[in-house]
Design a protein around this ligand. Sequence first.
Ligand code: CMP
Length: 172
Amino acid sequence: MDAGGDNLAGQEESPPDAVNQGTIRFRGATLMFGKSSKVALLHKVPLFRDLSRRQLERIAGLADELDIPAGKRLATAGETGQELFVIVDGHATVKVGRGRTSRLGPGEFFGEMSLIDGGPRSATVEAAVDMKLLVVGRREFWSLLNAAPSLGLKIMSTLSRRVRDAEATVSA
Ligand code: CMP
């Protein structure tokens, strides 16, 4: 991953795709990389819709693209978590407690809670179908918010909704 920097100002300065793309294996999944293809991908994700090209280029340097098979567990309640996931394609099942489940689809994200407070995962999340995700590590998460502060507001708003949801589950 690259932490961004002065060389991100213009498209011309991005390395050609031939030397900037490839695939590697990551935790049983295929990970693909390539900044310009990632910018195109980011552009399609509603969470990033209002961001500038420059912001998308910075985020492309912070996020990795993952293809995940159906059934793969992406977060386990009670365990530590080091990543934020943004769903590009497919959907995930979130086991939110008391047997209740919630479904997250394209443009939605999960894993923000553990990154924000350093606590364990609040829920178990599994790929319900084959999925394409963007994954952002703990350190890159803060750089992401720095690159695009408006994302912080969107994340806070979603987080409030999830807390209300959890409280409603507890008091039901
Ligand atoms: P985190 O606690 O890091 O890991 C599990 C994730 O599940 C959590 O972050 C949220 O992103 C997500 N999550 C928790 N509760 C809900 C909910 N009620 N609805 C949707 N997603 C949730």
